[in-house]
Ligand binder design. Structure first.
Ligand SMILES: C[S@@+](CC[C@H](N)C(=O)[O-])C[C@H]1O[C@@H](n2cnc3c(N)ncnc32)[C@H](O)[C@@H]1O
Length: 268
């Protein structure tokens, strides 16, 4: 499964839904309560996970503008949208055409699992464009660099260090912020006069969550191999031991994420 495949997004969605910070979600919903009609621009929407999470918490007429550069994911997002929600797809490359994704009347910018992929200049552009329009932003599920594996293995620290180094590589927006994305974004919005509410949204995989654990561990081993600092035998040994634990129902994993809701102070 690739990082943005429909299969991977479907596998992670229930864990994302459980992880999303409820207080941040409540604050987003409360900020839009009572409006007869709202328009939400969802940046890098994938198959529409944020729409499915947020739409039932909102009232009034909902217009969602779903932006992504993957036409297959956009088609799925449209097909999977709840009834009664107005959905328009915006196929574009957010690295090139971010501004076009924000054009027109928008009440909320939303995004999930995007900010750790972007570069400092792109985050700056996002913050400036959003602040120039005095828009609020709900940014969910930004990876924050914390990985906790149970039981411990001697190679965990070396593998997770390689994973976090890989997170900083270019994901299409220039060298990525990776684990530094959430604090950087929150600090930038605060410096632009925003009030920011944040909360943890960690993935928690219990011993029974075998499929997603297998996928995650394989992805981390591939990332460590690409970084190239560790002997291949060490990576393979680590992956074999960890997957054996998953198969035996003896593995738990927590992966740190952060959600935040940033609002221009005194405007909305
Ligand atoms: C980790 S997925 C998250 C998808 C969705 N927001 C979710 O939480 O399930 C990242 C998304 O970013 C999109 N993406 C990556 N680079 C992009 C770019 N340059 N322009 C637009 N979308 C992009 C991918 O197609 C994918 O849908």
């Amino acid at each position: 499964m690739s990082g943005f495949s429909a299969e991977w997004l479907a596998l992670r969605e229930p864990y994302d839904a459980r992880a999303r910070n409820p207080a941040v979600l409540d604050a987003v919903a409360a900020s839009l309560a009572g409006r007869p009609s709202i328009t939400i621009a969802d940046l890098a929407c994938g198959t529409g996970s944020t729409l499915r999470m947020l739409a039932p918490r909102l009232s009034g007429v909902q217009n969602w503008r779903l932006a992504d550069n993957d036409l297959g994911l956009l088609a799925r997002a449209t097909a999977m949208a709840p009834r009664g929600i107005h959905v328009a797809t915006v196929p574009l490359d957010l690295n090139r055409d971010l501004e076009a994704a924000l054009d027109g009347a928008v009440d909320l910018v939303a995004t999930s699992a995007l900010l750790d992929l972007v570069s400092p200049p792109w985050l700056e552009r996002l913050a400036i464009e959003i602040a120039a329009r005095s828009l609020p932003i709900y940014a969910a599920l930004t990876y924050d660099g914390r990985i906790a594996l149970q039981p411990l293995d001697a190679a965990d620290a070396a593998i997770t260090a390689a994973v976090n180094a890989h997170q900083r590589r270019d994901k299409g927006f220039g060298p990525a912020l990776g684990p530094t994305a959430a604090p950087a974004a929150i600090a930038r919005f605060e410096s632009l006069g925003y009030s920011v509410m944040q909360g943890a949204s960690d993935w928690v995989f219990a011993p029974g969550d075998r499929e997603i654990q297998m996928e995650i561990l394989g992805g981390w081993a591939s990332a460590a191999r690409e970084i190239g600092d560790l002997p291949l035998a060490e990576i393979v040994g680590w992956l074999t031991r960890r997957r054996d634990l998953v198969t035996a129902g003896g593995s738990s994993i927590r992966v740190g994420h952060v959600d935040f809701f940033a609002r221009p102070m005194g405007r909305r």
